[in-house]
Design a protein around this ligand. Sequence first.
Ligand SMILES: [Fe+2]
Ligand SMILES: [Fe+2]
Length: 261
Amino acid sequence: MKRILFLGDIVGRAGREAVQERIGRIRKETGADLVIANGENAAGGAGITGEIARQLHEAGVDGITLGDHCWDQRGFDKAIDQLPFVCRPVNLLPGCPGAPRLILTHGDFRLAVLTVLGQQLIKIPTRPGFPMMEDLLEDLRGKAEAIFVEMHAETTSEKVAMGWYLDGRVAAVIGTHTHMPTADLRRLPRGTAYLSDAGMCGPYDSVLGREVAPILGRFLDGMPRRFTVAEDNVQLWGVLIDIEPGKRGCVAAETFREGID
Ligand SMILES: [Fe+2]
Ligand SMILES: [Fe+2]
C-alpha cells in the first residue's frame, strides 16, 4: 500500500513556512510515502518563485502543482523548466513552458500527478480540460501505477463532473483553488477519491488568505485596495489517499488537517 498526502494551496509566507517547518514531522506521523502540494499562492499570495519551490521541495514536498496563478511571479516562466518536481496545469495553451504533469516515484511505485484548470470563471487562457482526458490517460498507460488528478476550478459543478468522469480510472480527483475545505470527501462507486476543495495551507483568519479589512472595505464601498496577505491562524489542509497498486481507484481517503485549535 502507498499513502499519498496532498496539501491544498500554500498561501503566503505564513503558509509556506508552516509547511516547511512541519512537513518532516507530518510525513512521519501520517506515514505518507509521497507528498504533493499546490504552490500557486506560495509567493506573496500570488504565484511561486524558483527559490520558494526549491525550499519546499528540500523540506519534503515531492511534487508541486500550480493553478491559474502559475505565472504571477516574474521570471517563473524561465525558472520552471529547471524544476523537475513542479508541473503547471495540463490544459494551458500548448506553447507555454513547464511540465504538464509529474511522475513521482516511491520504490517501484510510480504516481502520475496532473492538474486540470477549470474554465468557468477562470481568467487565464486554457484549453477545455474534459476532452483532453482520454488522450492523457491513454498516454499514461504503462508509465504509472496510479494517477492523481487535481481539479483546480472555481465552480463546484466542474469539479464534481470531473470526479464522475474519472471515477475508477484515477486514484483521486481533488479540488483546489477556492481555498476553503469542503466536507464532501468520499470514494465514488468505482473507488476514486473525490473532494471539491482540499482547503488551503495558510492563514484562516482571512478571506481566502487575504487580510479581512481591505476585502470587506471593497465589498462595502467598491473602491480598489491593496489586498495584503494575512498571517494569523495558519492551518494546513489536505487529503491522505491510500493506494493499492493494481486495484482501481484508491482503497481509502481521509481529510488531513493540522494546526486547528
Ligand atoms: Fe489558490
Ligand atoms: Fe487558483
